[in-house]
Ligand binder design. Structure first.
Ligand code: CO
Ligand code: CO
Length: 275
């Protein structure tokens, strides 16, 4: 079934678990993640980055079709939307939610852009997540700007967003250096911020760190890089290299890798058996 991530997160918060949000770029990734969710009876949030699939409207229709057939709650989110046009294309493509990332902008500009989008999205029942502080890319921890709790509270009030992506020490992509998660900051954010909290950069952050973050109040955990890494591991495996049908089995191997990582993320989130 297709549901807004806001509804999935609301239930998760009440019951005390986290919803895995998994990156997909095409139909093969999509099917792999949905199979994992069905097998593990887990709700799932699908993340699509515009850069990974710019034909967001068409892809949205494919996702919708499969999500409606699913027997577990499935949400679909435009991840890291930067442009107004991309967000509107996602809404037209049937996305249940959008994540607007204007975290590199000064506070006032971030608020102004996100607030406008919230107005549009809420008019058609689409949920909005936005980011304050900044979670860096390419594993570069020096890009990080931690979320300031008092600012986060006013940001949520001013924009009207439904979920907040926080920067507490994770990074997108392969880490350069070791992540040092600020759990005290997370605790303070959880106490003060009234909407569900989202953690980006879950890949490579470490199972213990992530489990602790979920237990401490992260309600949506984003994992993308690690899924694609799982696909790559299968392609690099002996089994694939020696498979006489390798060319024909390419996508089957990739699916296997993505499913493995997807299931692992569900286990960390505590979402297995919740759907
Ligand atoms: Co992200
Ligand atoms: Co792990």
């Amino acid at each position: 079934m297709l549901v807004s991530m806001i509804d999935s997160m609301k239930i998760a918060r009440e019951k005390g678990y986290c919803v895995p949000a998994l990156g997909i770029a095409n139909e093969h990734n999509l099917r792999a993640v949905l199979e994992a969710a069905e097998e593990k009876r887990s709700p799932v949030i699908l993340l699509v980055m515009y850069g990974n699939n710019p034909d967001i409207q068409y892809f949205g229709h494919i996702i919708t079709d499969l999500a409606l057939r699913a027997t577990v709650p499935v949400s679909m989110v435009l991840d890291h939307g930067e442009k107004y046009e991309h967000a509107i294309a996602a809404i037209r493509g049937g996305f249940t939610d959008i994540m607007m990332d204007r975290s590199a902008l000064p506070y006032e500009e971030n608020v102004a852009e996100v607030k406008e989008l919230v107005k549009v999205a809420h008019a058609v029942g689409v949920g909005v997540e936005a980011e304050l502080g900044h979670v860096g890319f390419l594993g570069d921890l020096s890009q990080n700007v931690f979320t300031v709790p008092s600012e986060a509270v006013s940001y949520v009030q001013e924009t009207g967003i439904d979920a907040l992506a926080v920067a507490i020490g994770t990074s997108h992509g392969k880490y350069k250096g070791k992540p040092d998660l600020q759990f005290d900051l997370l605790k303070e954010l959880r106490e003060k911020v009234p909407v569900p909290l989202v953690l980006h950069g879950g890949s490579g952050t470490g199972d213990d760190n992530l489990k602790k973050a979920c237990e401490m109040g992260i309600t949506k955990l984003n994992v993308a890089f690690e899924l694609y890494q799982g696909a790559l591991e299968e392609i690099r495996s002996e089994a694939f290299q020696n498979d006489p049908w390798a060319e024909y089995s390419l996508y089957a191997y990739m699916t296997k890798g993505i499913k493995r990582v997807a299931v692992h993320a569900m286990e960390i989130c505590g979402s297995v058996g919740r759907a």
